[in-house]
Ligand binder design. Structure first.
Ligand code: NAP
Length: 252
């Protein structure tokens, strides 16, 4: 069975490792190629966009892909939608592997918002020194918010900072609670901004914010496309073990 794994997450790497250890499964991992991904991705690796839905349909057909597991990040909404459409067209069974969201705990002061525009609107009312743990492409919404000092933590340095007083900090999880507490204290952070990404590697900032009583502006996840969805690598492997119906394909 030839499986295309849409990757770029720790779950995708774990899945590729598990597939490599199984007889009868040949995996191809695909990365967008915008950020460096840590650790090995066993099996074949391809890098770069497919060229939209048409490009992905072509790839699925040319490489005779039997199954697709979309293990991209919960906020990779465009890739998830393209995968759903392409697999429907090429009649290839597809599964969305989506890590579980974080759960609110007593003491959390989360304010869930639909997008970064809403974060930017609410930020001033909540604090003066914000830690932004977001993606490079999310920064545009913060342009012009000069009266809140932004400490921006991303994996790669952003092409430009959104305000004159912004500070950039490179960082890739996993992050430890003591380090997150020290960072919040050192910069006198009074509000945290994050996407509702979920996952253990980056959850310590939420525990640190809870411990210090800080508000957290959290952007909600986009809706996943319709179709089967699991939350763990074990469930994804079980899905590979079962016969799966082909998607219905084009309605016209
Ligand atoms: P996106 O907005 O949903 O996708 C934009 C375009 O990038 C897609 O249309 C596709 O180009 C290409 N692409 C995305 N993921 C790809 C993959 N795994 N293989 C080949 N092409 C891919 O995605 P994104 O949010 O920029 O995320 C890009 C990558 O970074 C993903 O692998 C994701 O798992 C990872 N990531 C994202 C976030 C986040 O917060 N968004 C965080 C951590 C890691 P074509 O249309 O040309 O096929």
């Amino acid at each position: 069975m030839r499986v295309l794994i849409l990757a770029g997450t720790a779950e995708a790497a774990a899945l590729a490792g598990a597939c490599a250890a199984r007889r009868g499964i040949e995996s191809i991992c695909s990365l967008a190629g915008r950020i460096r991904v840590p650790g090995p991705l066993p099996g074949e690796l391809r890098v770069g966009g497919f060229g939209g839905v048409d490009g992905l349909v072509e790839f699925l057909e040319a490489r005779t892909i039997d199954r697709v597991i979309d293990a991209t990040h919960p906020f990779a909404a465009q890739m998830a939608s393209h995968a759903e459409q392409a697999c429907r067209r090429a009649r290839v069974p597809r599964l969305r592997l989506l890590r579980p969201p974080w759960r609110r705990r007593p003491g959390d002061r989360w304010i869930e918002v639909p997008d970064f525009a809403e974060v930017a609107r609410r930020l001033r009312g909540l604090g003066r020194r914000a830690l932004l743990t977001v993606g490079q492409r999310d920064l545009d919404a913060f342009t012009g918010i000069e009266d809140v000092r932004l400490l921006i933590r991303t994996i790669e340095p952003p092409a430009r900072l959104p305000t004159a007083t912004s500070l950039w900090l490179g960082g890739r999880g996993p992050f430890a609670l003591e380090d997150e507490l020290a960072l919040l204290r050192e910069h006198a952070i009074d509000v945290l901004v994050t996407k509702a990404s979920g996952g253990e590697a980056t959850s310590a900032k939420l525990a640190a914010a809870r411990a210090l009583g800080l508000p957290v502006l959290m952007v909600r996840r986009p809706e996943p496309p319709p179709g089967p969805l699991v939350q763990s690598v074990a469930e994804a492997l079980a899905w590979l073990d079962e016969p799966q119906p082909c998607p219905a394909g084009r309605s016209t």
